[in-house]
Design a protein around this ligand. Structure first.
Ligand SMILES: [Zn+2]
Length: 235
């Protein structure tokens, strides 16, 4: 028997579900009331990387010889047609905060269990350009960070790192130009907040690593900073 409060909560969830069925972000079936974001079948099938504690894992390899990181990893393997793509799409384009909270809680649980990430002092989402943020209204990586911090309440100095160059509009440039461009796209605005700290950079998907590298280059201006990376998925 639950408390009267939780009974009322479940009753309200059921009542709400009569009108607006909650759907699994993976397979679109109607969720049971105890399921959050994913049905149990999809939760079981999430393609977890489980390589957070392996030095030289696939995400760390992206940055070797480019920028010094303490450690890097991703929660899931990304495939452009599968369940992970659908969940991330919901977060990025539909502002699905329930999905972000859910994925963020899985990310936090993995990191809290990982000895290599145990020294993290604060979390930063990879920032969007202010123009893009205004247009979209939210930063999908910040939604993940908000979800992570519910379980893992680390500091989150949101304005310490900013994106000063809008890279999405540069599609006509050559590949090398875009790479240089994204590497110069970030600026550290609050050195004191980050000096001597172990900073965890969070992104939704890491592919080439160029964006993260740009962030890390800017963060390195803070004396004594250590930088780690965790993405929801790696391509
Ligand atoms: Zn499902």
């Amino acid at each position: 028997m639950g408390t009267p409060g939780s009974t009322l909560g479940l009753w309200l969830t059921d009542l709400w579900g009569l009108f607006v069925p909650r759907r699994c972000a993976g397979c679109d079936t109607t969720l049971m009331r105890f399921e959050e974001c994913l049905c149990l079948g999809c939760l079981e099938e999430l393609p977890r990387t489980r390589f957070h504690d392996d030095p030289g894992n696939r995400v760390e390899q992206l940055f070797q010889g480019k920028v010094p990181l303490a450690c890097a990893s991703a929660l899931l393997h990304f495939s452009s047609t599968g369940m992970v793509q659908r969940i991330l799409h919901r977060i990025k384009y539909n502002e699905d905060r329930e999905a972000a909270r859910f994925l963020g809680s899985l990310m936090a649980a993995d990191l809290m269990a990982s000895p290599r990430f145990s020294g993290v002092d604060l979390i930063l989402a990879v920032p969007l350009h202010p123009g893009k943020l205004r247009k979209r209204g939210y930063n999908q990586s910040q939604l993940l960070v908000d979800g992570m911090r519910e379980a893992w309440p680390k500091d989150n100095p949101k304005h310490a790192l900013v994106r000063t160059v809008h890279t999405a509009s540069q599609t006509k440039r050559g590949r090398l130009d875009r790479w240089r461009n994204v590497k110069d796209a970030f600026e550290l605005r609050d050195i004191d907040a980050l000096a001597g700290k172990h900073v965890l950079l969070v992104d939704d998907v890491v592919t080439t690593g160029a964006t993260i590298e740009g962030c890390a280059i800017a963060l390195q201006e803070a004396p004594g900073v250590r930088i780690s990376v965790f993405a929801a998925a790696c391509a």
